[in-house]
Design a protein around this ligand. Structure first.
Ligand SMILES: C[S@@+](CC[C@H](N)C(=O)[O-])C[C@H]1O[C@@H](n2cnc3c(N)ncnc32)[C@H](O)[C@@H]1O
Length: 204
């Protein structure tokens, strides 16, 4: 199945953002800074995305009715901010994170902001990926040998309409292949790519 790129604007015109999203961003920046400074042991794979940019991207996706449905999944959710933002924008949202300390922080943010996003501790990499050994070669920042959590979630990857991930440099192709293999036709993958901003593709 081919993947269709969707051009995301480099700059977003100001749109009205839900007040919960703005409060979340402020609090999440404080919590993320504190986590990076104080957490022991250090979780080297955790780097936060640009929360403001992801919020603008999500608002733009919603304003342009780009999704086939309302289910959102953040792959490697860290503090869960993208999943919580999607929830603030009205999506039915979950995050999957392998590090328990980060899942705890994401649940604390959800509870403090009274957002209904749910977080699961485990791997987002589905067990049944056929070429996982080849695909994992050179991938250093994604855990590829742990069991997935889709049974606990009660949903298969093919039931989500929008995925979000922040791949480490050089690891985007891993997320794209995963998405291509396990998402439904019509689903979208939004990625934050550091200085290059946001990238959006749809499976067709
Ligand atoms: C670059 S951070 C991004 C965090 C968050 N998505 C954000 O954008 O702020 C990647 C996260 O993926 C997590 N991770 C790595 N492999 C994973 C896996 N197989 N399943 C779930 N989480 C994973 C890491 O622990 C880390 O928190």
């Amino acid at each position: 199945m081919p993947l269709q790129p969707i051009q995301v604007p480099e700059q977003f015109s100001t749109s009205d953002h839900p007040s919960t999203a703005l409060r979340l961003i402020e609090l999440a920046k404080e919590r993320s800074d504190a986590f990076l400074k104080l957490s022991q042991p250090v979780i080297h794979n955790y780097v936060p995305c640009d929360f403001d940019l992801v919020n603008q991207g999500l608002a733009w996706i919603m304003d342009n009715y780009l999704l086939a449905g309302n289910r959102f999944c953040e792959f490697g959710s860290g503090l869960g901010v993208a999943a919580l933002l999607a929830s603030a924008h009205g999506m039915d949202s979950i995050g999957i994170e392998i590090e328990a300390a980060l899942v705890e922080e994401a649940c604390r943010l959800a509870s403090d902001l009274e957002l209904p996003a749910r977080f699961y501790c485990g791997s987002f990499v589905p067990r049944n990926i056929s070429d996982i050994f080849e695909l994992s070669q050179g991938i250093e920042h994604v855990v590829t040998d742990e069991g997935d959590v889709y049974e606990e979630i009660g949903l298969a990857p093919s039931e989500f309409d929008l995925f979000f991930a922040f791949p480490w440099p050089g690891e985007y192709h891993f997320f794209e292949s995963l998405f291509q293999q396990c998402a439904a036709d019509g689903a979208c993958l939004l990625t934050y790519q550091g200085r290059e901003g946001l990238n959006l593709i749809r499976k067709i």
